[in-house]
Ligand binder design. Structure first.
Ligand code: SAM
Length: 411
């Protein structure tokens, strides 16, 4: 045991800690607690020049924290907005004179030269009021006119924050859900000022020093991991999805309105036509989605869980677990001997029954000769979790705890 605090549930809740500003650069669902990932990696890592991989990096929380510890980082995500956020957060923005840039952008925003073209995509009028479309188009044209790719990438993140505040989406859930006509009428077009303020407030948090290298992949972890050589990674630190996106956290839907405005040229995107074509493609292609095999993983733990939930939901669980198993096998192959794996896991609830993802993860790694060395349970204080109110209004169990599982591959 490294530290007796490892047994203290409340210690791991990180109550009262605040997210550092870099982590709040852009909206992304279900982000990890940065302080927790930092503590875990710091306690368990050996050397500073180790390589850390996050196969489901999301907004890049563990990449940023690993870079602080001097580690080279590799991140993978299917969602191009997660990729953009992680790229910006792990890039060295020193040598940039933000005052000069802010002034230049301000001039462009006050000139009529950037009013046209007006941006368009399928169903744009459903998600944005016509005057907001005009204002956002101007911001988009201004960003496109900037020469430096890394400045543009940061500006797209700032614009996404403006979109979050000005779209017709309710934003109270991760699924897209249109506001009422009355609510839409009440949106104040503050796009231009809000964009400039966001640049002003956020540019000061960008990394501005030499950082360990980061390699960020856009695409399906199952496929990307195949490119990583055997036993080449020192630490894997991640929080995998709880289940297939469509019925858990719709990472795709919560970011698609941003992605629809960002110039494709600045998105690192595997198969962009398929992924960005409609509002739910990202979610349907994520782990356990429509490309998943159904029967790749067989175990009594899984069969027991399937036997206590509704038949109609079994297929989805099988698909998710099968895909998850494919990833675990790959991670077990690429982690070095004596390497460390830290998984932060949520056991989602289906039909009032807890899906034992922690137990499944432990048995999957054990099948690959990788043993659990530490298990921590913590309360989820701020992370938004999937909740549903059943038709009969009975209270249902909802996820309020997560497990941190630490594994070590044998020497
Ligand atoms: C729990 S989130 C990770 C959140 C992240 N730890 C953070 O702090 O922001 C899970 C991530 O897995 C990604 N994902 C789901 N299926 C994937 C797949 N097949 N390949 C790559 N990423 C996937 C989702 O897009 C989502 O960003």
């Amino acid at each position: 045991m490294l530290n007796k605090k490892y047994n203290d549930n409340n210690f791991w809740d990180f109550k009262g800690t605040y997210r550092t500003q870099l982590h709040t650069l852009g909206h992304y669902p279900a982000t990890m607690v940065p302080e927790m990932q930092l503590k875990l990696m710091k306690d368990w890592k050996k050397d500073s020049d180790e390589i850390m991989l996050d196969p489901f990096m999301g907004s890049g929380t563990s990449l940023v924290e690993a870079q602080k510890l001097g580690m080279k980082v590799i991140g993978i995500d299917l969602n191009p907005y997660a990729v953009l956020l992680s790229q910006v957060k792990t890039h060295n923005y020193s040598n940039i004179n933000w005052n000069k840039i802010k002034l230049r952008i301000h001039k462009k925003l006050t000139s009529n030269r950037y009013n046209l073209p007006i941006h368009n995509f399928y169903k744009i009028e459903k998600w944005f009021r016509p005057d907001i479309i005009k204002s956002l188009s101007k911001v988009r044209n201004v960003i496109k006119s900037e020469n430096d790719e890394w400045i543009r990438k940061f500006l797209w993140v700032c614009m996404s924050e403006v979109i979050y505040k000005h779209s017709n989406d309710r934003t109270s859930t991760f699924k897209l859900y249109q506001k009422t006509d009355n609510q839409i009428k009440k949106i104040v077009d503050n796009v231009i000022k809000n964009f400039e303020d966001t640049i002003e407030n956020k540019c000061i948090f960008l990394p501005a020093k030499e950082l360990p290298t980061s390699l960020i992949y856009s695409g399906d972890t199952k496929k990307i991991c195949l490119q990583i050589p055997n036993e080449s990674i020192d630490i894997i630190c991640t929080s995998p999805p709880y289940g297939e996106n469509a019925t858990t956290v719709t990472y795709g839907q919560s970011t698609i309105l941003f992605l629809k405005w960002i110039d494709r040229k600045d998105l690192t995107c595997d198969n962009d036509e398929k992924l960005l074509s409609n509002f739910s493609s990202i979610d349907s292609l994520s782990l356990g989605g429509k490309n998943a095999n159904e029967n790749a993983y067989l175990s009594s733990t899984l069969e027991h869980f399937l036997s206590i939930i509704n038949k109609s939901k079994q297929k989805k669980v099988r698909r998710f677990v099968s895909d998850y198993w494919e990833v675990i096998k790959e991670l077990s192959r690429i982690i070095k001997k004596d390497g460390l794996i830290i998984f932060t896991i949520g056991n989602r609830i289906i039909d009032n029954q807890m899906q034992p993802l922690d137990k499944l993860t432990i048995e999957m790694f054990e099948k690959n000769n990788i043993c659990l060395i530490q298990k921590i349970s913590r309360h989820m204080l701020s992370r938004q979790t999937p909740q549903r109110v059943p038709k009969d209004n009975k209270k249902i169990k909802s996820m309020n705890k997560e497990q941190i599982l630490v594994f070590r591959k044998e020497k």
